[in-house]
Design a binder for this molecule. Structure first.
Ligand code: FUL
Length: 467
């Protein structure tokens, strides 16, 4: 849950003197004896769970279920549970792949829209218990959480609210009870779950009726059973959808949103999409964006897509357009019918990691002397004198997001021995802002924060040579 602190802050000579109470302060510009009262809404900050979530940077998404065997993207709920028959399922191989590629968490589709449950639930027979997998005694969710634990990854689960199999779907109160029971099983029997993932898909039920979901109940239940988990949906409440499935966050991307714009999962409209993609500069809750995208054209594994796996270079590009734009990358890597991550996907993921490690191997700003100056209450400038001249091709800016998100506009300049030259300018920074630039030889770098929504704090600058 985001911690929203509201208080009153005054300024004195550009220095914050605020606190939680109204501050009566002297302004340098006011005639002596006059005092001003200035009320500033203090901005939201991330919770410790939201911080962990963002710092992980990379998570695997695993779409796996009856669709894997029927070669479909959306099952209709009429699939025979016996069709679910992975012959060599090894969740440790998923986890080892994730770890080798530098991913810190994994989210599994415990149930997709077809209603087939990957754990032996009491709420339906349409589950692994009716399949040949491990002789009907198997539990994919269990193997998944055990593998996460063994490899030191955080586990997350996606439970589709749309259920095309369950006979109660469409009888709203009854199905809402079923859904709550499924969530309860998942959040009480499998140890810590770090992220609970919800979409807003809401098709017609087998009875022709439209289901009305009870989101306040769902969110309340997760908060009660797993208080440290973050909940994902269009409407959070903790982390939000980034508004597309193509792998990029907005160039301007605030971690704040106005909750009155995206009120529930599945709502649509131009303002909703803008808010998802960019957040809201004047938002009142901390709800950072998650970028979900697949390594293959589909979310589920299809043999016909084996030659269409994103390359290592393409995956590096996704890292820049998501993590590098103050978002988190939730990369879908779907297991095959054997129950393994395909070798092509493994190779390209490891290739991505090799490229990223090479790119970020030597920060030319490390050890530089940094001097920051405040320029009023919403601007500041930091100058970095490098230990030796260097060529820079990648800039990496970071705000200390434990103190919120402040920067609204910045410029980075480089000194080439003769004069200052603009290397890059942009809007928000947040957790991390990465940018490739035309390689430039510099001896000094300067970051000017030209606009900020709160008194700017020094940002961290790293720079790399690039390709
Ligand atoms: C959507 C679903 O309809 C897709 O099948 C996929 O699971 C995607 C990640 O979320 O809501």
């Amino acid at each position: 849950m985001s911690i929203s602190r509201r208080g009153f802050v005054g300024t004195m000579g550009g220095m914050a003197v605020g606190g939680s109470a109204m501050a009566r302060v002297m302004s340098a510009a006011e005639p002596a004896g006059m005092s001003v009262l200035r009320r500033v809404e203090s901005r939201p900050r991330p919770s410790s769970s939201q911080l962990l979530w963002q710092r992980d940077e990379l998570a695997f998404f695993l779409h796996f279920g009856v669709n894997t065997f029927s070669d479909r993207e959306w099952g209709d709920g009429k699939e025979d549970p016996k069709s679910f028959d992975p012959t060599a399922l090894d969740a440790r191989q998923w986890a080892r792949t994730a770890k080798a590629a530098g991913f810190k968490a994994m989210i599994l589709t415990a149930k997709h829209h077809d209603g087939f449950c990957l754990w032996p639930t009491k709420t339906t027979k349409h589950s692994v218990a009716s399949s040949p997998f491990r002789g009907g005694k198997g539990d994919v969710v269990r193997e998944f959480v055990d593998a996460c634990k063994a490899e030191g990854l955080r586990a997350g689960l996606y439970l589709s609210p749309w259920d095309r199999n369950h006979p109660t779907y469409g009888d709203s109160p009854t199905y809402n009870d079923v859904y709550a029971a499924q969530l309860t099983e998942l959040l009480t029997q499998y140890g810590p779950i770090h992220e609970v993932w919800f979409d807003g898909a809401n098709g017609e039920g087998p009875n022709g009726k439209r289901q009305v979901y009870d989101w306040p109940r769902v969110w309340g239940l997760v908060r009660k059973l797993m208080p440290d988990a973050v909940m994902f949906s269009d409407a959070g409440p903790d982390v939000r959808w980034i508004g597309n499935e193509a792998g990029y966050a907005g160039a301007t991307n605030w971690s704040f949103v106005r909750p009155d714009i995206v009120t529930a999962p599945g709502v649509s409209g131009d303002e909703v999409m803008r808010s998802l993609q960019h957040g809201d500069r004047d938002g009142t809750v901390w709800r950072p964006g998650e970028t979900d995208v697949s390594i293959r054209p589909g979310w589920f594994y299809h043999p016909a897509e084996d030659a269409k796996v994103r390359s290592a270079e393409n995956l590096v590009g996704l890292y820049f357009s998501s993590v590098g734009r103050n978002s988190k990358l939730l990369l879908n890597v779907p297991p095959t019918r054997e129950g393994l991550i395909h070798q092509t996907d493994v190779n390209n993921l490891v290739g991505m990691r090799t490229q990223l490690d090479r790119l970020f191997a030597r920060d030319v700003v490390a050890g530089a002397e940094a001097k920051w100056r405040m320029l009023g209450t919403t601007a500041a400038v930091g100058e970095f004198t490098l230990k030796e001249g260097a060529t820079v091709g990648v800039l990496d800016l970071r705000e200390d997001i434990t103190q919120g998100q402040r920067v609204a506009r910045y410029i980075v300049e480089g000194f080439d021995g003769i004069g200052w030259r603009v290397l890059r300018h942009g809007t928000t920074i947040g957790y991390r802002r990465l940018g490739k630039i035309a390689p430039a030889r510099v001896s000094k770098l300067k970051v000017s924060i030209e606009d900020a929504v709160e008194m700017p704090l020094p940002v961290t600058l790293s720079a790399y040579q690039g390709d």
